[in-house]
Design a protein around this ligand. Sequence first.
Ligand SMILES: Cc1ncc(C[n+]2csc(CCOP(=O)(O)OP(=O)(O)O)c2C)c(N)n1
Ligand SMILES: [Mg+2]
Length: 278
Amino acid sequence: MNLHELELKSWDLRRDVVDIIMAGGGGHIGGDMSVLNTLLVLYKNHLRITPETTADPNRDRFVLSKGHAVEALYAVLADCGFLDLNDIKARFSKFGSPYIGHPNNKLNGIEMNSGSLGHGLPVCVGMALAGKMDKKDYRVYTVMGDGELAEGSVWEGAMAASNYKLDNLCAVVDRNRLQISGCTEDVMKQDSQEQRWAAFGWNVISVDGDSIEAMDAAFTAAKHHKGQPTVIIANTTKGYGSALMENKADWHHHLPNEEEYKQILADFAARKEVVQNG
Ligand SMILES: Cc1ncc(C[n+]2csc(CCOP(=O)(O)OP(=O)(O)O)c2C)c(N)n1
Ligand SMILES: [Mg+2]
């Protein structure tokens, strides 16, 4: 899709995310909003997988390691035809539903169960290594939260990925600078993520992760980089899209009330109009 179409779609999908959360009575709204553009660009312009090829051995693989942002993944998977949006809204977080609050691989298009942070990258390292050993040309992608990087397993995976020169692997860090209990720099210092990943032998691309254009270019550059895995440090805004939520730690898992819901939708509509008016 061209970038203008993606910009417009982003605002429609943000509304879908909020509607899913309202229907289910809860969800990780802040981290959904910071990761949505990453998922949208990845699924629409880079990931080689369709609803018909989810079992194809040659498909690209994606794991949402920050699995709590599943509502953003649901909205994108629905828009790409893997899932049905109305079905998600009707059953999200209901007893016995497959649409639980974290990715569930019984759903078409979901590669791996996730939610326990720190596991996406190590598993993707295995998938990427298997691809190399089997001489397949599929690519493997994962998205982690920045708070998630406090998990030691991430760094074991990072070390192995560069050791095996897994240039078919691309990790994204959703660097929104907030985790569950506050700012990452207050809870567990991370700066500079760029230097840390480079020291672990990765190709590092650091971009404005709220920008569809910048993320699109970053995924393209990652594809062309040979001999090393690539990490995209996506500098994002938690709660992106409405001033009510942006950069506010307590919107990590906040359920909007009716008034907040209306305000958020109005903010999305206003920002969409700015895109429409060019
Ligand atoms: C191993 C593990 N510990 C704790 C949690 C609970 N938890 C869910 S989300 C979250 C915060 C994650 O912060 P971050 O990775 O920065 O995500 P984002 O800001 O993108 O929402 C935590 C601690 C978890 N899911 N898994
Ligand atoms: Mg974070």
